[in-house]
Design a protein around this ligand. Sequence first.
Ligand SMILES: NC(=O)c1ccc[n+]([C@@H]2O[C@H](COP(=O)([O-])OP(=O)(O)OC[C@H]3O[C@@H](n4cnc5c(N)ncnc54)[C@H](O)[C@@H]3O)[C@@H](O)[C@H]2O)c1
Length: 285
Amino acid sequence: MASQSSMEVPFDPSHILLTDKVAIVTGGGAGIGKGIALAFARFGADVVIADKNAEAGEQVADEVSQTGRRGVAITTDVRDFAQVQAMVEASVEQLGKIDILVNNAGGTRMAPFLELGEEGWKRHIDLNFGGLFGPTDAVAKVMIEQGTGGSIINVASIEGTRAAPLFSVYAACKAGMLNFTRTMALELGDHNIRVNAITPDVVDSPHLALFDQHFSYLSGGEEGRRRAVPLSRACSPDEIAGPCVFLASEMGRYITGTTLAIDGGTEASSGWVRDPQNRWTLFPT
Ligand SMILES: NC(=O)c1ccc[n+]([C@@H]2O[C@H](COP(=O)([O-])OP(=O)(O)OC[C@H]3O[C@@H](n4cnc5c(N)ncnc54)[C@H](O)[C@@H]3O)[C@@H](O)[C@H]2O)c1
């Protein structure tokens, strides 16, 4: 439980820092996860990069070390619970504790639901659900034993809050992730473990670049983003990382069970886009 004294300490700029915290970022070897891992390090945390791509993980761990914090790459496929448990044990062994978990590993490929088939939907569920439950289970148990609280941040997607043609199973998993976040906030609240989700929309990452290459009609290109995103552009992984630092820090100590949209305003615009004359319309020509 939050102690009375922590409630009474007025916030000052130091409370945004993550000094000497230990964070695990799944899928931290690229894109959003990499942005979060590096931001956490710049704000004072030691970081475990739990990515299935060993080389990418090592590279980000090196970049973390260059900030002066400890960066550790532990090659992990989040779909494999035994690997996840081993990664969590190794994290505690090497860095002494765990204060923050970011469930970031995830992804999708685009296809109509009827073309996905059993193999396709199982692959999406394995990654986007399997990658969520295993680390949450293993890390929350460590946090409870430590008795010092913690922060879990689940990287969902705006697709979890709206219909998502060509992303059906991915979007269903992300919607499930949002509700799992709320339930975990209740089940873990009396251990002062806070559980929150974020919903990015268009973030420039290797994953998105893949879509850009093959499905530019969907990612919109620069002009499409200018018209559809209230802030007129895609965002960088670092712009996702900033609010994650806030959620993980003492500044966010009374926030749990919530979903933070980091989407440049697209949840708010929900269907409204700018026309070529720069007027908002529901029926673009
Ligand atoms: N990029 C976007 O526009 C966007 C928008 C909304 C939500 N998201 C979500 O953000 C998260 C990160 O997306 P991204 O765009 O940075 O992806 P990315 O593909 O650019 O990077 C993902 C990283 O996760 C790793 N990874 C993949 N499968 C893994 C597994 N089974 N175990 C461990 N590591 C694994 C990859 O090796 C890679 O390093 C995902 O959950 C995605 O659904 C992304």
